[in-house]
Design a protein around this ligand. Structure first.
Ligand SMILES: [Zn+2]
Length: 165
């Protein structure tokens, strides 16, 4: 999915800022088919991949829950609402996006074991960092990024049965 870049804050910035305090910081926000880039930063290709995952998940969010095709805007609003209040949901969404970002690096020419390791460290450090309110430790983040689809799905279902999703 190709997303349109908008050099502004997303429509729900007040809600986002109340949780993450990211106003004025170089952060990207996906809102359906658009990436909001308020500080006009250069977006590396790996982050385009990351944001595209959020965009796809937002578009499918309500359909996944209700099995009924709903308006994109409604689905995006509901995804964001849940993302801001539900740490388990947020963790899964971010693991999915960070994992694709890591895979993008792994696909690059001249990639080797050492560079892969360095990317895993860098990406898992961000996933475990203050941007996401410290959802997991660095070690847990790195482990989650390396999970297979099946193991990640098992992790998601476990979280649901705990009543947090
Ligand atoms: Zn993300």
């Amino acid at each position: 999915m190709s997303q349109l870049i908008v050099f502004d804050y997303p429509p729900n910035m007040n809600d986002i800022d109340a949780v993450f305090h990211t106003r004025g910081k170089p952060v990207l926000y996906t809102y359906g088919h658009r990436i909001y880039n308020p500080l006009s930063m250069t977006i590396p290709p790996a982050l385009t991949v990351h944001e595209a995952i959020h965009g796809m998940r937002q578009a499918d969010h309500m359909t996944d829950i209700t099995n009924i095709k709903v308006d994109l805007e409604v689905s995006v609003i509901e995804w964001w609402r849940k993302y801001l209040v539900d740490p388990h949901f947020r963790l899964i969404e971010e693991v999915l996006a960070h994992r694709e970002e890591f895979k993008w690096h792994c696909r690059q020419p001249l990639m080797n074991r050492q560079k892969r390791r360095a990317q895993l460290t860098k990406i898992s450090r961000r996933l475990s960092g203050p941007l996401y309110n410290g959802l997991v430790t660095h070690k847990q983040a790195a482990r989650m990024l390396l999970l297979s689809d099946a193991d990640l799905l098992a992790h998601i279902l476990k979280g649901k049965s705990n009543g947090s999703g």
